[in-house]
Write a protein that binds this ligand. Structure first.
Ligand code: URA
Length: 209
């Protein structure tokens, strides 16, 4: 059948689709995964220094998947991987201010009285940074745990922010990326996003009229 209508439905499993006699390759199946990146893994597909890379952990899926943004080598937590380039581009675009939630174990005691200062923001080497939310999870003499939400993906942002407030990070974990929460996923484990999570992610980066 020859059609001039863009609305013609074809089944790539049954139909041979050609344009001007040339076959149209079937579009690649899309995969959307959540990985709990373990510490000690680099957020790349290959590392020239031979360190373990996140691609090693998602290889069984059999498709070439790209990480959505980065986590430092020594940071654990929620990392999305997909072969959906346009969605990745939007998720990382500063226009959509997607919240990234971190649990930071920091040196020293942070008291609830100091939280106003933590919420006020600080000037880092590449400009001001202000968390969208700050909560104190645990306060101890040697170490305290904070839950910090940032809406940008600036390099080492959480570590630099905590350092600027006089409490260097000892251990950092990302517990949510936008509407996708890490939950009880173990370090190194991977799962597919649920349809609900995928719709929520798409909605978070949809253009509003
Ligand atoms: N902030 C950091 O300091 N490191 C990360 O990996 C992510 C955010």
């Amino acid at each position: 059948m020859v059609t001039r209508s863009q609305a013609t439905l074809a089944d790539p499993d049954v139909d041979r689709i050609t344009v001007d006699g040339r076959p149209v390759p079937p579009s690649e199946a899309k995969h959307y995964l959540l990985l709990n990146k373990p510490r000690g893994y680099v957020t790349t597909l290959a590392d020239p220094q031979g360190r373990p890379v996140v691609a090693d952990l998602v290889r069984p899926v059999g498709a070439r998947l790209y990480p959505v943004g980065r986590l430092d080598w020594d940071v654990e937590g929620a990392l999305l991987l997909t072969n959906d380039g346009p969605l990745t581009h939007r998720l990382l675009h500063p226009r959509y201010v997607l919240p990234r939630v971190y649990e930071a174990d920091v040196e020293g005691r942070v008291t609830s009285g100091a939280l106003a200062r933590w919420r006020r923001g600080a000037v880092l080497a590449d400009g001001p940074a202000t968390p969208a939310a700050v909560a104190l999870v645990r306060s101890g003499a040697e170490r305290s745990r904070l839950r910090l939400t940032f809406t940008e993906g600036r390099k080492h942002e959480v570590k630099r922010y905590c350092e600027a407030l006089g409490h260097p990070v000892v251990q950092l974990k990302r517990v949510a990326f936008g509407p996708v929460a890490l939950g009880a996923l173990a370090p190194g484990a991977v799962r597919r996003l649920t349809p609900r999570e995928l719709s929520a992610l798409r909605a978070a980066v949809a253009d509003r009229p």
